[in-house]
Design a protein around this ligand. Structure first.
Ligand code: ZN
Length: 103
């Protein structure tokens, strides 16, 4: 049998914010959550930043690989795959970090 709660403080999961903590627009949100427009704005900014960083670093890697690449076609294929994987991994990593860190 559960004991009655001693504290009169409500659980955090039951708290409701009446304004977005980022844009201060009046909405009903779970505690600590952002409004949909703020989340969409952060997601767009994170996507643009990730695309830019991944593009620049992938271009630099591709130029370096073309300078240093031997003539073997199997090596060229592997380098092309590595450059593609680099783009995907950098984009995902930067997007995740930007989503968490952007104000
Ligand atoms: Zn907001």
């Amino acid at each position: 049998m559960l004991r009655p709660r001693l504290s009169q403080t409500p659980l955090v999961a039951g708290l409701v914010e009446h304004e977005c903590p980022r844009c201060h627009r009046a909405v009903e949100l779970p505690f600590g959550a952002l409004c949909p427009s703020c989340r969409a704005q952060i997601e767009r900014r994170a996507g643009r930043l990730a695309h830019l960083v991944a593009g620049v670093t992938t271009a630099a890697l591709a130029v370096y690989a073309m300078i240093r690449m031997p003539d073997d076609p199997r090596v060229r294929l592997m380098v092309a795959l590595a450059v593609a994987v680099w783009y995907v991994l950098v984009r995902l990593t930067v997007q995740r970090a930007a989503r968490e860190l952007l104000p």
